[in-house]
Design a protein around this ligand. Structure first.
Ligand code: ADP
Length: 788
């Protein structure tokens, strides 16, 4: 047979078959010869081996040297053709429980099995050697029997093989176990050749048994890698390790690549098998495919890494404090915000059971520790989401007082499935804002409720009143409840809405306005303005309404009466001019025509009369002028007061020189006004300052100071001054503090000045002490067009 044929028959690898055959050749049991280039044939040479027992039997019986057989441990006996014992050795005698006396007795009287008896007949009949195994129940033994026909009958050779049978059975049991094992099993001999691999090993390696057998560990196809995927150095592979150390290897994890390219992770347990000489004969390996486990581990590691990078990147920089708890509610991770929140460091927190941590370190900082602890841990059992809830930190020790918002959620999958994520947010600022808002809202509400002679309303983005009140509502019998919750669109008629809506909207945009409106036969003066929180955001609009019906009525009446007065003053002065002119001209006629006929007294009387008429004319002119200030004024324009003052100084030049007056002046501003009227003001004040200067030469200083959008102009003199009791009166028409003899004048100059200044929206007043000089000041609006 060729090596391959033998290997196939024995179901062994070629190489091990070869080695076994080689050994038989060494024991002279086989011959071999090389044929062709690479082949070899093996055969069993014919020997007397098989016939030997026959010869022995013949020798033994024929020469009656039977005693020789007595010494051999196997049973041996001879039968004649009638199947009667001719000879039996000691062992056979023991077997059949016979002695020498049995010679001549028929073996069939013994309790033979059917197989045994049939074999005896068969051999007698065919004259062939019959070899068979037989189980003998009475003794519970197996025998290997060989029956040899001879000339005189049969020789039977019987060997007790019970022990071998038992071992075989056992072996086959092991074989079954090994073959059906869910664990791959291989045996590698000391040369590194794989002797055996079971089906499971085949499956794991992805190679047929033969291919595994053929595969040497040196084969480049056999790549093993470590857990990082790096090729495994030889001395770290399990087989070389066992050979080197002589010790077993446990759970050696490596990756192998299958021929189909798939990477498989295996865990190997291996142990050396020693031969009788204490040499390692082979190594036995149990191999498990742990690819799935490895992949799961890998996925877990990756998910953990992702988780960590997420938690580190996102959560650590977050203001929201975060705990991650595992399914035992132990803290596995916290971010920096948590350390700050509770004034505890990572080492104190991480690894602790959260319940214990709350009890020992956390709950105590809260105003209501029990409530806090209960709220936090309540959901640990049923693993639900918590509602957010707010807790107050008292702020003792190094902790600041603050408000904390807490909520948590279960972790449903991944590394910490069954655990929780807990969030803590510092809401102190929001709380404070809310409180401030509440306070300011309360203030507004108080104001709203009691607002005098008007009404106040707060409105929201939809122009709905959220609060409204005030005496005006009470007076008109409107209940605030009817208004609150309703919008301006619901409440007011369309024409009013159209008028006021822009102002309401503007208020919500941050713009304040005032306007007048007529509603319910009332004149209302309204302000709309934004209400802002501390952060400057508009949170509502406010409407303030004042009932100005009466004031408007009064104003209207005043205007009417003023108008009538002006009309009256105008017509009086106008109508008086005519008779006055008559008086004057007839007085002059008397003086011219009859002057010589008059005595000294008469001349003087006429002179007084002319003088009086002249003063009366001036007064009437002044009154006329005074009455026309409102009605005959020019529209306001930018006026440069420097120019005005220059004109005035020109007009007064003669008197200035006469009195040797010293006039100094600032740069005067530009104002909006009527330049003729303003000239009159300066003229009157300046001429008064020169007129009422006393004995000293007049010193007059004109200055201007800015006060917001107004200018304050002052004319200061060093004159006689004015008694404080008189300081109001001098601004009235025809009011004078001096007689005509002392100082000439009509008493209308300051009244006129006041009316002009008032027309310009300003005021005029005097600061003075008798003998200390006077300062006349008045305000004027700064020019819109020019700054200075
Ligand atoms: P008059 O034509 O009398 O000057 P005014 O209305 O200009 O009329 O002034 C009223 C009165 O105020 C004057 O009669 C004078 O008594 C007093 N008066 C006005 N200016 C001065 C001043 N600069 N110093 C002192 N008294 C003044």
């Amino acid at each position: 047979m060729t090596t391959t044929e033998v290997a196939e028959q024995l179901d062994l690898g070629r190489r091990s078959t070869y080695e076994r055959l080689e050994r038989l050749v060494g024991h002279d049991r086989l011959d071999t010869k090389k044929v062709g280039g690479n082949g070899r044939v093996w055969w069993q040479p014919f020997t007397d081996g098989q016939a030997l027992p026959k010869g022995q039997e013949r020798d033994a019986v024929d020469s009656d040297l039977g005693k020789v057989f007595d010494r051999i441990s196997d049973g041996f006996y001879a039968l004649d053709e009638e199947l009667r014992f001719r000879y039996l050795n000691d062992t056979a005698a023991d077997l059949f429980e016979l002695n020498e006396d049995a010679i001549g007795s028929d073996i069939r009287t013994e309790n033979l099995t059917e197989t045994y008896e049939n074999a005896l007949y068969e051999s007698l009949e065919t004259q062939e050697v019959v070899v068979f195994e037989d189980y003998y129940p009475p003794w519970d033994k197996w025998f290997l029997n060989a029956i040899y026909p001879s000339e005189s009958g049969l020789s039977v050779y019987s060997r007790d093989i019970t022990e071998r049978k038992r071992r075989e059975r056992e072996l086959s049991r092991y074989e079954t176990i090994v073959e059906t094992s869910p664990i791959g099993i291989t045996i590698v001999d000391s040369d590194g050749e794989m002797q055996f691999a079971n089906d499971r090993a085949e499956e794991i390696y992805g190679r047929s048994k033969d291919r595994i057998n053929d595969l040497s560990f040196d084969d480049p196809e056999w790549t093993e890698v470590d857990v990082d995927g790096e090729p495994l150095p030889d001395d770290e592979k399990p087989f070389p390790q066992i050979m080197e150390s002589g010790e077993p290897v446990f759970d050696h994890v490596s990756g192998i690549s299958r021929p189909d390219g798939e990477r498989v992770w295996i865990s190997i347990n291996g142990a050396p098998v020693y031969d009788d000489h204490g040499e390692i004969e082979s190594a036995v390996f149990a191999i498990e495919n742990i690819t799935e486990r490895k992949e799961r581990e890998q996925a877990l590691r990756e998910s953990e890494a992702r988780y960590r990078s997420l938690t580190n990147d996102v959560l650590d920089t977050s203001d929201v404090g975060t705990f991650i708890l595992n399914s035992d509610f132990e803290v596995v991770w916290i971010n920096e915000a948590i350390e700050e929140f509770f004034g505890l460091d990572r080492e104190t927190i991480v690894g602790r059971n959260k319940r214990a941590l709350i009890e020992a370190e956390i709950a105590g900082i809260f105003e209501e520790p029990e409530r806090f602890a209960n709220r936090v841990t309540a959901t640990y059992e049923d693993n639900t989401y918590t509602e957010e809830f707010e807790s107050h930190v008292l702020g003792e020790g190094s902790l600041e007082e603050r408000w904390v918002n807490h909520w948590s959620q279960p972790i449903e999958s991944g590394l910490y499935a069954g655990g929780r994520i807990e969030h803590y947010t510092d809401i102190t600022e929001r709380k404070e804002r809310e409180r401030a808002l509440e306070e300011s809202e309360r203030r507004y509400r108080t104001l709203v409720k009691n607002f005098p002679n008007g009404a106040v309303g707060l409105f929201d983005d939809d122009l709905q009143y959220t609060a409204i009140g005030g005496e005006l509502l009470d007076a008109t019998g409107v209940s605030p409840e009817d208004r609150i919750g309703n919008s301006v669109y619901d409440i007011y008629p369309d024409d009013i809405v159209e008028e006021i809506e822009p102002y309401f909207e503007a208020a919500l945009e941050g713009e304040a306005n005032s306007f007048e409106a007529e509603y319910n036969d009332q004149n209302l003066f309204a302000y709309t303005l934004p209400l802002r929180n501390d952060g400057g955001e508009v949170f509502a609009g406010m409407l303030v309404v004042q009932d100005v019906t009466e004031r408007r009525e009064y104003q209207r009446k005043l205007e009417e009466s003023n108008e009538r007065l002006e009309q009256f003053a105008y017509s009086v002065s106008h109508d008086l001019q005519e008779p006055l002119r008559m008086v004057t001209s007839y007085l002059q006629l008397i003086e011219n025509r009859y002057g010589d006929a008059l005595d000294e007294d008469g001349e003087e009387f006429v002179e007084f009369a002319i003088d009086g008429a002249e003063r009366m004319r001036q007064m009437i002119d002044g009154l006329l002028e005074y009455s026309r200030i409102e009605t005959r004024g020019d529209p306001f324009e930018p006026v440069d007061l420097d120019d005005v003052l220059d004109d005035v100084r020109d007009d007064l030049q003669m008197r200035i020189d006469e009195r040797n007056a010293d006039i100094t002046t600032d740069d005067l501003p530009c104002v909006d006004g009527d330049d003729n009227q303003l000239r009159q003001v300066f003229q009157n004040l300046l001429s008064n300052a020169i007129e009422y200067s006393g004995d000293e030469p007049p010193k007059v200083d004109i200055s201007a100071t800015r006060d917001g959008d107004r200018w304050s102009i002052s004319v200061q003199d060093n004159g006689i001054g004015i008694d404080p009791d008189e300081q109001e009166r001098i601004f009235e028409v025809f009011q004078r503090l001096h007689t005509h003899e002392e100082h000439s004048g009509t008493g209308i100059g300051l009244a006129l000045a006041r009316r002009v200044v008032e027309r310009h929206g300003g005021e005029i007043w005097v600061d003075s002490e008798p003998g200390e000089g006077s300062i006349f000041s008045f305000t004027l609006p700064a020019s819109q067009n020019q700054d200075e």
